[in-house]
Design a protein around this ligand. Structure first.
Ligand code: SF4
Ligand code: SF4
Length: 702
């Protein structure tokens, strides 16, 4: 068949070039069947989502939609932490969008306008030339992006893409995951390359002079000519390749709602409902324990968001539990939930060989050991490019475990300690402020006299002998600066923030109320704390303190930075030796306090070397989320604190790891012993360095 423009304009092309009518009709039948399957699969998916709980938080925050759209169009989340994967995704995204728009334009022109106005087409002249160039450009970047992904998956094989076989979870089948990942890539690549070869065959068969704008097809057609493909050979081959191309495109469309390709739609939703501030405790839900006991307890939005996961594995490589060899991987958690929801919702559809009883979510669908491995460090939520929030799901499932009494003896003992004594260490409340006796000056009791700063000390800083030394140093520095401060003495209680992350909401509320009552009886203008976990509770979890015009709450690094910069603390002995600084999770990622500690170190004259994982990407010490109270998990390769001190010790010339959290101090000092790095590295709280630097004169004058 000889090519000819349908609308009398030579600068155009017919859609079904050289195809017999029966094939064209078959194409439409298959296309309609594919679309019917697509919408059927989508309807089943929506039915599954609707078996979840209704939750107002599922509504997208429309005012943040422009930002979410900008994020999607620029791919900034994907580019943020991995330029290679980000660029590949950017190319695939825009290539796909370009080809999708091109297909819609052809559909409108050929299938809607053409039947109504047979002699009219907009696919001609200059419009056609621009269209053709853009379609080729889109296809080219799509193929380049896909080739980058294939190279990464097949050759580079980064750890984050490897989903390992595991026998502790029933529904997650890594082989199926790998198959699906490859199938998605291959289908896209087949569709992209097939389109180019079809175009090349058409150009080879018809040789229109203006088709140089279809630059990829034009070059390929030249290559076909060089390899001996004649015009009539191209004409014959075109039909076969066309059938293959159409089938692969239909397979891709059918694949979208049943695979990770669905992230193209679910990802938008996930980003649109992502909270503006991550790290808030999820509200208790109306179940027996207030947490998630069944898959149906997840909200509809959460069920949808599970399917936004692209298995990029960023959460997996950031997770201290996964890195250390604990059973948990946040990526595998999302995948296991996703697959279980597909298998078990709506209603129970048990796997062959399983019983018909719906498995408990926490402990059966997701092993309890996964849930107890989490340190609540928030690294996964911070890094996920699709805005998926893993931690709230883990915390909801922990609540259910606690409600069912499925907690270890050690956790149970700690909870009992908090309830009975108001602290996690099981010490008498009268001992809480015993450390003040070692000071040569009085520390005011804020319950009895007004102070400017109410110092909320926290459990570890009050009771642990190693942390107490830092508490004493802090008191001396505050005193030297002339700070008007006081404490609550035995009226201070554990804030309950870690208790809450264990899953004991009721006990948290009790602790919060006791602390709020004690604070209400004291007279102060600001709260100061040396403990990031208390900082988090006081800034974000103690509602009446945090409302509009609430009490300012400061971490000691913020106060110290102000004192040093205003000259109230004078440096007489600048620090010697290079240091590195560890961002505590609850101060950094949760509280976004990154600069104050660095300002302090700058004021001290300390050459600061950043660890590779710093600020938002800082690695966890392994103590948070109540993990400091739990037993070690058998088979752990390396504890997070050990990994962190090795990272610090790996910095050339650095002799001090500076911390700003009592738990970090304890964890890292222990880790120095177990790693044998005691001779190489010292762990010191930032306030100890300040005390060294201000010298004895200022201290004694004070
Ligand atoms: S919060 Fe931290 S420990 Fe828990 S799953 Fe996320 S990255 Fe892992
Ligand atoms: S949950 Fe997010 S970060 Fe983790 S693998 Fe999925 S998309 Fe990647």
């Amino acid at each position: 068949m000889i090519w000819a423009a349908e609308a009398g304009d030579p600068v155009s092309r017919p859609v079904f070039y050289s195809l017999p009518l029966w094939l064209t009709i078959t194409f439409y039948v298959v296309a309609v069947a594919t679309l019917v399957w697509f919408f059927y699969a989508v309807a089943r998916k929506i039915r599954r989502y609707r078996s979840g709980r209704q939750d107002p938080a599922d509504r997208p925050a429309w005012r943040r939609l422009p930002g979410a759209l900008l994020g999607v169009f620029t791919n900034r989340n994907v580019l943020r932490d991995n330029w290679y994967a980000g660029l590949a995704h950017l190319a695939v995204f825009w290539g796909f969008v370009g080809l999708f728009v091109a297909t819609i334009l052809v559909l409108v022109d050929n299938d809607i306008l053409h039947p109504l106005l047979p002699s009219w087409t907009f696919m001609k002249g200059d419009f056609y030339l621009v269209f053709s160039w853009l379609a080729d450009f889109s296809g080219a970047i799509l193929v380049v992006g896909l080739a980058m992904f294939v190279f990464r998956r097949a050759v580079l094989r980064p750890r984050q893409l490897r989903v390992e076989e595991r026998d502790d979870v029933a529904f997650l089948k890594p082989r199926v995951v790998r198959w699906e990942d490859w199938a998605f890539l291959v289908l896209l690549l087949t569709a992209g390359l097939g389109g180019f070869f079809l175009e090349a065959l058409r150009i080879r068969a018809t040789n229109p002079s203006f088709e140089g704008v279809s630059f990829v097809g034009w070059l390929l057609s030249g290559w076909l000519g060089d390899t001996g493909v004649t015009a009539s050979g191209a004409d014959t081959t075109f039909g076969y390749l066309w059938v293959f191309h159409a089938l692969s495109a239909m397979a891709l469309i059918a694949f979208i709602p049943t695979s990770k390709a669905w992230h193209m739609l679910a990802g938008w939703y996930s980003l649109a409902v992502k909270p503006a501030r991550i790290g808030d405790m999820p509200p208790a839900v109306p179940t027996a324990g207030g947490g998630y006991g069944r898959l149906e307890d997840l909200s509809r939005g959460e069920l949808a968001i599970l399917e936004a996961c692209i298995r990029c594995g960023r959460c997996h490589v950031e997770c201290p539990a996964a890195e250390g060899g604990f059973p948990l991987s946040p990526r595998d958690l999302i995948l296991a939930l996703q697959v279980s929801a597909r298998r078990l919702l709506p209603g129970l559809r048990p796997a062959p060989g399983t019983t018909a009883t719906a498995p408990a979510l926490a402990g059966e669908v997701i092993p309890a050991s996964w849930l107890w491995s989490c340190t609540s460090c928030l690294a996964c939520d911070e890094v996920c490019p699709l805005g998926i929030q893993h931690l709230p799901l883990i915390l909801q499932m922990r609540r259910d475990l606690v409600a069912r009494g499925e907690v270890s003896d050690r956790i149970q003992d700690t909870l009992t300690n908090v309830m009975r004594y108001g602290n996690s260490l099981g010490q008498s409340p009268r001992n809480r402020a015993r450390w003040v006796k070692e000071l040569p000056f009085e520390v005011k009791d804020a319950r009895k006299e007004p102070v400017e700063y109410l110092w909320f000390v926290g459990d570890y800083a009050s009771f642990d002998p190693r942390a107490q030394a830092v508490t004493l140093a802090a008191a001396r520095v505050f005193h030297a600066a002339g700070l008007d401060f006081g404490i609550l003495y035995e009226a201070e209680q554990n804030t309950g923030t870690d208790v809450r992350r264990i899953g004991e909401e009721g006990l948290f509320e009790m602790q919060r109320d006791k602390n709020l009552q004690a604070l209400a009886k004291a007279q102060f203008r600001k709260i100061l704390t040396t403990d990031p976990h208390s900082y988090h509770a006081l800034t974000r979890e103690y509602g009446s303190l945090n409302g509009n015009g609430g009490v300012p709450v400061l971490h000691h690094t913020e106060v110290l930075a102000g004192l040093l910069e205003s000259g109230r603390l004078c440096i007489v002995a600048p620090l010697r030796g290079d240091v590195t600084y560890h961002d505590p999770c609850y101060l950094g990622r949760y509280g976004r306090v990154f600069d104050a500690p660095r300002r302090v170190l700058t004021a001290l004259g300390a050459p600061l070397h950043e660890m590779p994982r710093n600020r938002e990407r800082a690695f966890c010490c392994g103590a948070g989320g109540g993990r400091i109270w739990m037993e070690d998990v058998p088979g752990v390769k390396e504890r997070p604190a050990e990994s962190r001190v090795r990272e610090a010790a790996g910095l050339k010339g650095v002799g001090t790891l500076v911390v700003a959290c009592p738990k970090d101090l304890v964890m890292f000092r222990d880790a120095l012993k177990t790693t044998g790095l005691e001779e190489v590295l010292a762990v010191r709280d930032i306030v100890e360095l300040v005390e060294d630097a201000i010298g004895a004169t200022q201290r004694s004058e004070a």
